[in-house]
Ligand binder design. Structure first.
Ligand SMILES: [Zn+2]
Length: 266
């Protein structure tokens, strides 16, 4: 009799261990994967920032060019003045002709350069406006990312708290499982993903093989922990552990949380 009780107890602890192992794994992967959720936003931001930097560099280059053109216009104005002086000082028609041609050339050159410069200044003002609006976009994204990161930090610390709790539950379950089963449990978990499988209507739910009827009968007695002949998982008859009526049979060493839950319900 007491043997059956221990078997049930061990199976319950093994299942608790399995459940909390699943939970620990889930939480661990959530904690690892969460930061990657902001990667698309980070990529968008980096791309926009790159475009913005390029545009800014181009604008700086244009500004340098504009200044050099302006300097040149100033120099040409100076040259025009000299040409005009020459024109006034011309003593004969030959000198006058040459000087007036020079004045004309200088004037044309200045006008051409100013026209060109005006176009560039207009284009620059358009790019400056675009740059400002893009800069706003980048700022918006940066704020979005910062908010996202703050929210994520909260999420991660909440998950980590859950993880710590899940690990405590898991360690508690582990400490209750006898060494021989623990060893088998660990080997099977590693090899098969999980170690304990229920049997429903004579079929192992771990590998979906129908157990030999004899083994199914042995499981019904709950006097020993058996393994599935095909997948080697530790098996138990689902109906024997799932029924709520099994509650009175649950040993007193059940974790306190379970007891607290049933107290709340009553
Ligand atoms: Zn199996």
């Amino acid at each position: 009799m007491s043997k059956g009780y221990e078997v049930r107890e061990q199976l319950v602890f093994l299942l608790q261990l399995q459940q909390s192992d699943v939970k620990v794994r889930e939480l661990e992967s959530a904690v690892t994967q969460l930061p990657a959720k902001l990667d698309p936003l980070r990529r968008d931001l980096a791309k926009l920032q790159g475009m913005l930097d390029a545009e800014r560099a181009k604008l700086t280059e244009t500004e340098t060019w504009r200044k050099s053109q302006q300097d040149q216009i100033d120099r040409e104005r100076e040259a025009l003045k000299q040409a005009q002086n020459k024109l006034q000082a011309s003593k004969n028609s030959k000198e006058f002709g040459a000087a007036s041609r020079e004045v004309e050339n200088k004037r044309k050159s200045i006008t051409d350069r100013e026209t060109e410069l005006k176009k560039v200044v207009e284009a620059t003002s358009t790019s400056t406006n675009q740059l400002e609006s893009r800069n706003k976009d980048v700022d918006g994204l940066r704020t979005e990312l910062a908010n996202g990161e703050a929210a994520m930090a909260d999420q991660i610390s909440a998950l980590q708290a859950q993880l710590t709790e899940a690990k405590v539950t898991r360690d508690a379950a582990r400490s209750q499982v006898e060494k021989q089963w623990l060893k088998i449990y660990d080997t099977l978990s590693q090899k098969r993903g999980y170690a304990v499988a229920p049997v429903v209507k004579g079929v192992c739910q771990g590998c979906h093989m129908a157990l030999p009827p004899q083994l199914n009968n042995i499981l019904a007695r709950m006097e020993s922990i058996e393994t599935c002949p095909r997948c080697s998982r530790l098996v138990y008859r689902k109906e024997l552990l799932d029924v709520p009526a099994a509650a009175p049979a649950v040993p007193a060493s059940e974790p306190a949380t379970e007891v607290a839950k049933s107290d709340e319900q009553s």
